[in-house]
Design a binder for this molecule. Structure first.
Ligand code: ATP
Length: 366
């Protein structure tokens, strides 16, 4: 799977751009604020139909334009692939894959997958448990798009269950009890399915993350653990145990929406004990390991998009990263000098929303 060429029209700061990508490594270089991340965001859109920065569609459309277009041409398993996206403010976007309309984001995932590392990924290690849950669940969906339905189902159940808990005003009337029993049964089915999938994923992910971290940083051990207490006796029993507490507080207190993925470095919690550079390396190892699992499951590597990845890695780790990139296509942006290993790939220079091969003619004045 790879993209050979990408076209952007009215996407962020780009009025119009055509970019040829190397099937291996492409480095996108340029000063701050020139459009490097915007280009990566457009490529990422083709691989997931959303902004990896979590930006709303209105932010993606160039100021003054009505809609943005991103088009990518490449191949998947030896067959030509054409992905065409029209992005309109307010989420009214349309996607064609090989000229066929795609209705849901997860259908788009069937064709092109991208794994992204961005500076915000530091939060995977430094942030609260929700960041790590989202990481796990996004990876689950990338590995098996059908799990998106389980996740959506769970969100819906939790919303309605929480609304009931709030409305009850802390009183367990027979009607509240009967309705809560129904929601608990549904929450148990969806919640245990998601937790089982997370636990199985972590079994595979743990060794992959440890290896990715060792490749980047040398000897230190990174460990992952997903073992919510409620899984010992089952979710239904745990919900019964906290029912009075939940009614009093008006919130759903137990379940996959409250779980933690523990990430340790040398057996210490990385959130509180690792340095910023170590945390960034762990976050990168989480993404690289995810890319490897997706590659193994698809039998073809996903696109790897690394935004501003060298900014907090020391020269040894930057070099190690480039030496251990998973097979497949990688696009990396940097405002800093490129480590020498990047040179065997292609280097593109971005200035004022224009992209040119490094060493080629400078962009024409805008
Ligand atoms: N919707 C939009 N319309 C026009 N310009 C936009 C839009 N959204 C963002 N920009 C412009 O894009 C530029 C930022 O581009 P980008 O984030 O790609 O920079 P970068 O090259 O990655 O910089 P850095 O090295 O600082 O991360 C900003 O100058 C911003 O004003």
């Amino acid at each position: 799977m790879h993209l050979a060429r990408v076209w952007l029209t009215d996407f962020r700061g780009y009025a119009s751009a055509e970019v040829a990508l190397d099937p291996g490594l492409t480095a996108v270089v340029g000063a701050n604020g020139q459009g490097k991340s915007n280009l990566l965001e457009a490529i990422g859109w083709l691989g997931g139909l959303r902004s990896f920065r979590g930006a709303p569609t209105e932010a993606l459309v160039r100021v003054g334009a009505e809609r943005a277009f991103v088009r990518g041409e490449g191949e998947r398993e030896g067959r030509a692939l054409l992905v065409e996206c029209e992005i309109a403010p307010g989420g009214r976007s349309r996607t064609l894959v090989n000229r066929q309309p795609v209705r849901r984001a997860r259908d788009g995932l069937e064709f092109l997958r991208a794994v992204v590392f961005s500076p915000d990924d530091l939060e995977l290690v430094k942030g609260g448990p929700g960041e790590r849950r989202r990481y796990l669940d996004d990876l689950l969906v990338a590995l098996d798009p059908r799990l998106d339905a389980t996740r959506a189902d769970l969100d819906r159940i939790l919303r309605q269950r929480s609304a009931l808990l709030k409305q009850s005003g802390g009183r367990l009337t027979p009607e509240v009890e009967a309705t809560l029993d129904v929601w608990d049964a549904r929450l148990t089915v969806a919640g245990e399915a998601l937790a089982d999938a997370r636990a199985a994923l972590v079994d595979d992910l743990g060794p992959a993350v440890a290896t990715a971290y060792r490749d980047l940083a040398g000897g230190d051990e990174v460990g992952l653990r997903y073992a919510p207490r409620w899984r010992e006796g089952g979710l239904l029993a745990a919900l019964h145990e906290v029912r009075r507490d939940e009614l009093r507080r008006g919130v759903s207190l137990v379940g996959p929406h409250r779980d933690e993925l523990d990430v340790t470095l040398q057996a210490l919690p990385s959130r509180t004990h690792a340095s910023q550079g170590e945390q960034r390396s762990i976050a990168l190892a989480l993404r690289l390991a995810g890319a490897r699992l997706v590659a193994a499951s698809l039998e073809t590597p996903p696109l790897l998009l690394l935004d501003d990845v060298f900014s907090e890695l020391d020269p040894d780790r930057s070099e190690a990263l480039l030496g251990h990139l998973p097979p497949g296509q990688t696009v990396v942006t940097t405002a800093a000098a490129l480590p020498p290993q990047a040179v065997p790939g292609q280097v593109l220079r971005v200035a004022e929303g224009r992209v040119t091969p490094a060493g080629g003619a400078p962009p024409p004045p805008s």
